[in-house]
Design a protein around this ligand. Structure first.
Ligand SMILES: Nc1ncnc2c1ncn2[C@@H]1O[C@H](COP(=O)(O)OP(=O)(O)O)[C@@H](O)[C@H]1O
Ligand SMILES: O=C(O)C[C@@H](O)[C@H](O)C(=O)COP(=O)(O)O
Length: 336
């Protein structure tokens, strides 16, 4: 009996709600951004990366978001269209808002950071009225992303999307996606993350992101089991805590737990790991795989994406991920 079941009468697999932004990834790597002269432009934004990842894996996907009425907004929509993602609910801002920029700094494979310019961004201006119920009504999973809860009216748009998801039997996946610079205070973060998590069937986050949610909780040791157990009293069926290179652990409402190791990787940069992991994990669940196999698929996808320069554009196909797993298994057999 699987922990999560999906309505098979739906014609779409996955819809993400949240930010669409631009990644400007440094071309000159292994140096601080003060010395970087050129960047490569990619579509970015954690929910956008996850959606592109799901589409690359062969799923029918849509996006609910807002972009700026300029070249950057048009670049984003054209890219999503080319990837086969339904952009019918990507709204063009009319207030002069801009596209969020994420400048990335790759000082070393383990020392990467992101400088985000997010003043007056279009993605946080999505309103509840702009969320199309008919799009959510036809999808199996709705992904919400934590940063979209940071400001109104985006905050209310996410809550409305969750309401539609519950009404139409869509699974709600919550990727915590905590970006401190988008929030007014740590208290606001904790309050709104907890409200969203109460409605979510699948919750995915790093240990640090869950810590940010637990400001009013009693979990001084930051126990993953304590973190997960709280959410099974609400809607959650699966709670995943990610631990970087150390891998990840998933807890199930049925009392199960599964640990997944990370895969070997020629790491170029570490960002993009979580988004690729989430897309491939959710893909696995949609195939009817076990949590364990889905975690393996997510972990392998992450190890591929962190070896490449971009996040969105680096998202692998299902065949690439399967081949990588096979190759790593063969290498392990040879090594033993
Ligand atoms: N250095 C690494 N080498 C191999 N896999 C990694 C590495 N860092 C992360 N991963 C994989 O990506 C997953 C998510 O990474 P993590 O850093 O925990 O999330 P996020 O990118 O959201 O911060 C990990 O559970 C692991 O499977
Ligand atoms: O989420 C953002 O706004 C930044 C992303 O565009 C960027 O690609 C990134 O940091 C993704 O890393 P992850 O969310 O840690 O997987």
């Amino acid at each position: 009996m699987s922990l999560v079941t999906f309505r098979q009468d739906k014609t779409m697999d996955f819809v993400a709600v949240g930010r669409l932004c631009i990644d400007l990834n440094a071309n000159e790597i292994h140096r601080p951004m003060e010395e970087t002269m050129t960047f490569t432009k990619y579509v970015g934004g954690s929910p956008a990366n996850i959606c592109i990842g799901m589409s690359r894996l062969g799923l029918q996907c849509g996006f609910i978001g807002k972009v700026s009425d300029d070249q950057m907004g048009r670049f984003i929509v054209q890219y999503l269209d080319k990837e086969g993602i339904d952009t019918g609910n990507v709204v063009i801002d009319s207030t002069g808002a801009v596209t969020g920029l994420a400048f990335t700094e790759i000082k070393s494979p383990s020392d990467c950071s992101i400088l985000m310019y997010r003043d007056n961004v279009a993605d946080l201006k999505l309103t509840a009225h702009e969320v199309q119920e008919e799009l959510i009504a036809k999808t199996k999973i709705v992904l919400i992303s934590g940063t979209a809860l940071a400001q109104s009216p985006s905050r209310e748009a996410v809550i409305q999307a969750v309401h539609y998801a519950k009404k139409h039997g869509a699974v709600v996946a919550f990727d915590l996606d905590y970006r401190p610079y988008s929030w007014a205070s740590a208290e606001e973060t904790a309050i709104y993350y907890n409200l969203a998590a109460e409605k979510s069937d699948i919750i995915i986050g790093t240990r640090e992101e869950f810590n940010a949610m637990e400001m009013f909780e009693n979990n001084p040791d930051h126990s993953d089991k304590v973190t997960a157990s709280k959410w099974f009293d609400y809607s959650a069926r699966i709670v995943i805590i990610k631990h970087g290179k150390e891998g990840s652990i998933a807890y199930g409402k049925d009392g199960s737990s599964n640990r997944a190791k990370s895969f070997p990787s020629k790491v170029l940069k570490t960002f993009g790991a979580g988004d690729s992991y989430a897309s491939a994990f959710l893909y696995g669940l949609l195939q009817g795989w076990t949590v364990e196999k889905s975690m393996e698929f997510g972990s392998a996808s992450a190890s591929i994406v962190i070896s490449r320069h971009s996040c969105s554009d680096a998202m692998p196909t299902a065949a690439e991920v399967a081949e990588y797993i096979e190759q790593c298994n063969q290498n392990e057999i040879k090594a033993n």
